[in-house]
Design a protein around this ligand. Sequence first.
Ligand SMILES: [Mg+2]
Length: 287
Amino acid sequence: MDAVEGSNRAKYECLLFDMDDTLYPMSSGLNLACRKNIEDYMLQHLNIEESEVPRMCLELYREYGTTMAGLKALGYEFDDDEFHAYVHGRLPYESLKPDPVLRNLLLSMPQRKIIFTNADREHVAQVLNRLGLEGCFEGVICFETLNPPPEPTEYNEELEGNGVCKEGESESEDNAADMAESNSFRPRSPILCKPSVEAIEAAIRIANDDPKKTIFFDDSARNITSGKAAGLHTVIVGSSVLVPGADHALGSIHNIKEALPEIWEGEEGEQLEQVIQTTAVETIVLA
Ligand SMILES: [Mg+2]
């Protein structure tokens, strides 16, 4: 936190990073492997017709942000954790290698840095560990953050009776599965995820950011468009050309210093770098 103290007057105060295909390149193969696992899950666990699976997987991804969100919108019932364990549990994580260049870049940035991903917490932990980026981020906004499990229905009499969790918790925003047919065009998903502007606004609230002083990095053009709609400064990663809503384009996250020197502006960057080098061994506590 001490590194952040001096940045009150800085142009940017917070950096929101997507993780998959943003902090490491698409060429790692994780993305393809993940899609294959999702297709297997649809076939094996949801008994979806084999010939339908690839098309459906892609269409739901396009329509809902994640295939999982689309499946839920269509009324498929399955356990979130089980799904994540299935599709991420067998990913070739070994193809991700430590990235000390990126680590040093991240640690030298004076702003707060937060991961904002549609993936689940366990996957985030695996990826950050493999990339050697633990300790580089103040926090993680992930699937579980935006989609907390429903409140337990049975009263836990053992808990102290201070009323913290008992009354007034029947929020209207609980699972919206029964709203599936309320929208005329498409059923709504109970899952909150990018690229919905609502999800991005929720992340901004959770991170307690001022969007005008926040830069959002993502490899997905549609996420960038939504990020801009939510008022963020935006950077498309993995593309050398701008997409709608993008303020900058970065072929690789490694090019960040050349493309966005203003991140380091107004700060005693070199001093800070040295301070951070000495504290870089600290371990992050995820979410
Ligand atoms: Mg991504």
